[in-house]
Design a protein. Sequence first.
Length: 399
Amino acid sequence: MRVFPSSGQGTASATQRLHELVEGSGIRRVDVVAWRDLDDPEAGGSELHAHEILKRWASAGVDIRLWTSRVDGAARVVERAGYQAHRDGGRYAVFPRTIARGLARSIGSGDGVVEIWNGMPFFSPLWTRRPRVVFLHHVHAEMWQMVLSARLARIGSAIEHRIAPPLYRRDPIVTLSASSKAEIVERLGLAPERVTVASPGIDPRFCPGKAKDAEPLVIAVGRLVPVKRFDWFIDAMAKLRADHPRLRAVVVGEGYERPALEAHVRSLDAEDWLTLPGHVSDAALVELYQRAWLVVSTSAREGWGMTLTEAGACGTPAVATRIAGHEDALVDGVSGVLVDTIEDVATAASSLLADDDIRATLSQGALGVARRFDWDETALSTFGVLANQSRRAKDRRGA
């Protein structure tokens, strides 16, 4: 299947083409099933990706219903950016509840279905015959062992690698990067021609600021969960501090690993210069990106690496682990540096902090790479996959 990278064409052009594509497709109502909603305290890149796409599809005239898990203390149904989010079922109950709704035809009776397969699938091929598209950002692989007991991890891994793939072999898959596509094909055995790459965009609010901080500032952004390996980041910053005694570091994000990470910071006596402020406002995050000398990602698994491209759009280069997703979001030696070990994180970051010229060159490179990515192009490409499925279904019925 054709790869759709973000082309960098004008926003108005992509928007107009999306409206024309929606109108010509005959697709008027789409159900989307996902694990978490954007308002969930643990929402991350997957939820942001869905929101950016769905609000553009809705603006183009598609009636979108998002079915996802409950957000404690919040309304069960919300209107957001032109689409409707239905939130029911807990962290794990959302899967059987959604499947039951599908079997009862209360989900999946419109013109199309989008399933966001985030580790545990919703098995949409079993409960709807409508045109379907699956958003699969990355393979979870060792993530099961990071977050579940040994028995549950074996079950989750078996579902992801052995049970689910045969059911989805006829469905088009949309993923974020060529490196993630390669892993999906290799590890899950899905056909490469059925996997489309549609890179995520960058919101225009991410842009260069007036000036970097006078003293070294290194930031990391993401959910405080094991797969992000913020313990690596903390240890690397502690090593870095020996060579850069005026260094300050910030970990932005919230999650259930906060107590352990805070304890780790205390054990290193780093509380005065390494902070975990939790969730921050959009404006505060942009300001941090703009002020930082570097952004660092030590994650073990990513479909892309939005923090790298968001920081890049602010003129901030990155040091990131060499994993699928990062290998596309970061251009090694142009917008930052890819590394393999925790020692490499500290070494690479130390070199960049010490060399203003190289850091300035990477900053310009990061800005150039970031210009390639546009959410309007992403929305157009992803809807194109669904429109193709709808057209094929009509052709089969007419044959």
